[in-house]
Ligand binder design. Sequence first.
Ligand code: SF4
Length: 376
Amino acid sequence: MTETAKAGLYIHIPFCLKKCGYCSFYSVASNQAIPEFLNAIIREMSFYRNLFYSFDTIYLGGGTPSLLTIGQINAILDAAVKAFHVEPSAEITVEANPGDLSDDYLKALKAAGVNRLNIGIQSFDDRILNFLGRRHTAREARAAFDAVRTAGFSNVGLDLIYGVSGQTVALWRRDLRLAIGLAPEHLSCYSLSLERATPLYRRYQRSGLHLPSEKQALDFFLATSRTLTDSGYLHYEVSNYARLETFRSRHNMKYWRHISYLGLGPAAHSFHLGRRWWNKADLDGYLRNLRDDQTPQEAEETLSPGQLALETLFLSLRTQEGIDLEAFRKRYGYDLLIEKKDAVNRLIASGKLKLDAGHLRPTIAGMAIADSLALI
Ligand code: SF4
């Protein structure tokens, strides 16, 4: 946790035109409540004026933030600037669906101060897009990317998904090559996961389809890392790649570095000074609370130093940056190289971890099993 670092502001826009079959993010398939939602978000900001002072990232995620009109996005950003100190150089990201990005919309987004777009392309293969229930085609995705560049955005991320039933590593490499051909500044490549209570989960259960085996999942992961790093991308977190260090997602880095962030909107999570709290994943309840001037928080927890240390391990070992051993020792009174000597040495010997410039870092093979590295 770096208390002197500026915090990040996340705003969850919980609206989608339709739900994609695999999605477990909280959103509703309707945009009727958007006007009331805007009032609620602005009211929610006022609760945190004295707790959070300065932000240097704003991230509009969802859901589908690109369903908002430019007037609505301006209203949110203006309210944030009035409620808090937002650094003039803040990274301001909007997640966007390729089908929503007309030339005029993009120009106006840029004029509103948005300087980073994250586009949910997911695949350049229409069969896969159809399987996932996305509402755009591969052609629309490519056209959207061209339009984004024409509008002058120079920091653009693409989200892609792999491991879809029937997809081979060769087909996935084709998706990656098409993405590389567009030269985005950032790529997030996620393995499809089957979340309970999604239509896709039920479909897999009914049809007996399977996700890739552990070995196949590893093949996808390694093919992703190799293909993208061979093309000059930095593999800086398990699922994230940047063309240069400066194009790493400044906002998401806060999550992995345990830097404070404030999440507003239904289902949003916040973290500050060792305390974590989260809002109800229920739009109606959220709106009702804010109408009554009440907090929409569902629960909170205060992490003990031991829990914070474990989380730091867990989050840092997902990133190429790894753990700053001296900073960890100072903060938690715990020298990993002494206390966990055998486990660390074993993981170094097996090529999962490496020691480098005072940091314990995961190798690519280590990133592939990042979730279990923290259990050292
Ligand atoms: S994947 Fe994105 S667009 Fe699809 S339902 Fe989930 S939040 Fe909405």
